[in-house]
Design a protein around this ligand. Structure first.
Ligand code: MBD
Ligand code: FE
Length: 248
């Protein structure tokens, strides 16, 4: 990002916030209340959560104006660069229901993409992400899988829990969600980030047809084209998710 671009955008953010302060004749005590709320959010380690909840989907919408293929969707605050490469199975935790996640990655022209690398990450059944909790190392509930010669990938995972942005789990952010009159639970979802040389990186999510909170996601990141029915195969639940990558 260039310095000129930082100046352009930050100047406009500051001006937009000042406009709101003037519009609502914000008092000094109100200003301080907001100030301390943001400080508390930072102290609780929830700054990423707050910012992504409010703004990540907007940036994804902008991204979609200039790309083809699978919808780009919220990355959220819980992606980690260092997830292990996995062959067939991701390490799992808790009282989980197995979920086989598989699919094919193709280019916008329909050709299968071999050796594409897909980061897959999801919450455990209790709605926790690995790498963000003590005793929940990043080898769990996340991994990098690679497509074969026909562009297929397949990995054993677990059905993710719904994710609470609630007062009980997240103090300041959950409180804000309540004050805004929203409900705080994210629907169950799986995150993906697909990379292949010569193609634009794709970050997206998959949701489960018939799941809770699909109509009132606090992050506003649910779309029909990202919502999938699962099937049952040899007693295991299967989520088929194909991705179409946009040539760079
Ligand atoms: C999540 O699990 C998530 O994916 C986002 C975008 C925000 C909060 C929690
Ligand atoms: Fe998530």
């Amino acid at each position: 990002m260039t310095e000129a671009r930082v100046k352009l955008i930050v100047d406009d953010i500051v001006e937009a916030v000042r406009d709101v302060l003037r519009k609502h004749k914000v008092t000094f005590p109100e200003y301080r209340a907001g100030f301390f709320h943001l400080l508390e959010t930072a102290k609780s380690g929830e700054m990423g959560l707050l910012i992504d909840m409010l703004f990540n989907q907007t940036v994804c919408d902008i991204e979609m104006q200039s790309r083809e293929g699978t919808r780009f969707c919220v990355e959220g605050p819980y992606f980690l660069e260092g997830a292990p490469e996995v062959k067939d199975a991701i390490k799992l935790r808790g009282d989980y229901e197995p979920l086989l996640i598989r699919g094919q990655i193709t280019s916008t022209d329909g050709s299968p993409l071999n050796d594409a690398v897909v980061d897959v990450w999801f919450a455990d059944p209790d709605g926790f992400y690995s790498g963000f909790e003590d005793d929940f190392p990043i080898e769990y509930c996340r991994g990098k899988v690679r497509t074969d010669a026909d562009g297929h990938y397949s990995v054993q995972a677990s059905v993710p829990g719904e994710y609470p942005i609630t007062r009980e789990r997240h103090g300041p952010t959950g409180q804000l969600v309540e004050m805004l009159g929203r409900q705080g639970w994210r629907p169950a979802h799986v995150h993906f980030k697909a990379n292949k040389d010569g193609f634009r990186s794709l970050t997206t999510q998959a949701y489960f047809e018939g799941g809770n909170y699909l109509d009132n996601d606090p992050v506003e990141a649910v779309f029909d084209d990202l919502t999938h029915a699962t099937t049952q195969e040899d007693g295991t639940r299967v989520l088929d998710v194909n991705f179409t990558l946009d040539p760079a």
